[in-house]
Design a protein. Structure first.
Ligand SMILES: Nc1ncnc2c1ncn2[C@@H]1O[C@H](COP(=O)(O)OP(=O)(O)O)[C@@H](O)[C@H]1O
Ligand SMILES: [Mg+2]
Length: 285
């Protein structure tokens, strides 16, 4: 996807922080959305699904309607799903009429993209609703995010990759270009303005990012500590945490699984309001 020179259409929420990297992913998902009517970005919590989906939607070719966002993080009851769609899409419910019928009718002529964010906790209900809407609304394209695919007919599930990491022995220049390192430095500067990456600390930053498997949320959590801890202490704390979480088991796959679980776990513990704030400000604790 070539980025147009003009500003993209922005009816979608705008993040305070700059969107980092992901040029290949933007192009790839942009192509998929142009070709398929349901694309689901999958991956663990904190892997960057929401951010990528919104960026793809913002740069997608303009259609008559949208792009719109249906945000489901705070919805806990599957039965309320059609209401959540109606309210996000500003479709007024008609008294004594099933909201699903109203939704279907009002979207029948919709021409454009709808981002459905955070389907994982209501995956079956989402699958059913999205399937129904796609069948009845020929101009509708859905870009969903979910830890797991919806398994709906025609769905293209696309796993969001982790942020790029510097290779072992990479030059200073290449280290500073890796997405993980760029994210770490930007978030570190939000809490410690004087933070700079230099020849003497680049290796430590790279090691922290590698340790965090290039997961954007995990990198943000670590970078937010730069104001109170030096890099070697952050590295040690990560070490301790792994040792603690794995009970001394230090095989790599186990470590990675545990880290993912830890990030999922900490993110799940946030209230919706906190999560939204966190998503917007990328600040943690
Ligand atoms: N490309 C990016 N540029 C800047 N920040 C990013 C990027 N991708 C993810 N992040 C940040 O990392 C965190 C996790 O990303 P998010 O999209 O919320 O993950 P997910 O939706 O998979 O849980 C968020 O704070 C988000 O702003
Ligand atoms: Mg998300």
């Amino acid at each position: 996807m070539e980025r147009p020179a003009a500003h993209p259409y922005r009816a979608l929420p705008v993040h305070a922080s700059r969107f980092i990297g992901r040029q290949r992913e933007l192009a790839e998902v942009g192509r998929l959305v142009g070709r398929s009517r349901l694309v689901t970005l999958t991956g663990a919590a904190g892997s960057g699904k929401t951010r990528l989906a919104l960026e793809v939607a913002a740069w997608a070719p303009r259609k008559r309607d949208g792009p719109c966002l249906v945000e489901l993080a705070s919805l806990s009851e599957a039965g309320l799903l059609p209401h959540a769609f109606a309210s996000a899409l500003e479709i007024r419910e008609v008294q004594a009429r099933p909201v699903l019928d109203t939704l279907q009718e009002r979207l029948a002529g919709y021409e454009g993209l709808i981002v459905v964010d955070n389907c994982e906790h209501l995956v079956e209900a989402c699958a059913e609703l999205v399937d129904r809407l796609l069948r009845h609304c020929p101009g509708l394209t859905v870009l969903a995010t979910s830890r797991e695919p919806l398994h709906v007919d025609g769905e293209v599930a696309w796993q969001v990759p982790t942020f790029s990491l510097p290779q072992d022995g990479a030059s200073m220049r290449d280290t500073m270009r890796a997405e993980s390192v760029v994210l770490f430095v930007e978030r570190a500067r939000q809490t410690a303005r004087q933070f700079e990456i230099t020849a003497s600390n680049a290796l430590q930053v790279a090691a922290i990012c590698r340790r965090l498997d290039g997961i954007p949320l995990a990198i943000e959590l670590a970078a937010a500590r730069v104001a109170v801890l030096d890099l070697s202490s952050i590295g040690e704390k990560l070490d301790d945490r792994f040792r603690f979480l794995t009970g001394g088991l230090r095989t790599a796959p186990q470590r990675q699984r545990t880290l993912r679980a830890a990030v999922d776990w900490s993110y799940d513990l946030l209230t919706t309001a906190e999560r939204q704030l966190f998503d917007r400000l990328s600040v943690f604790a």
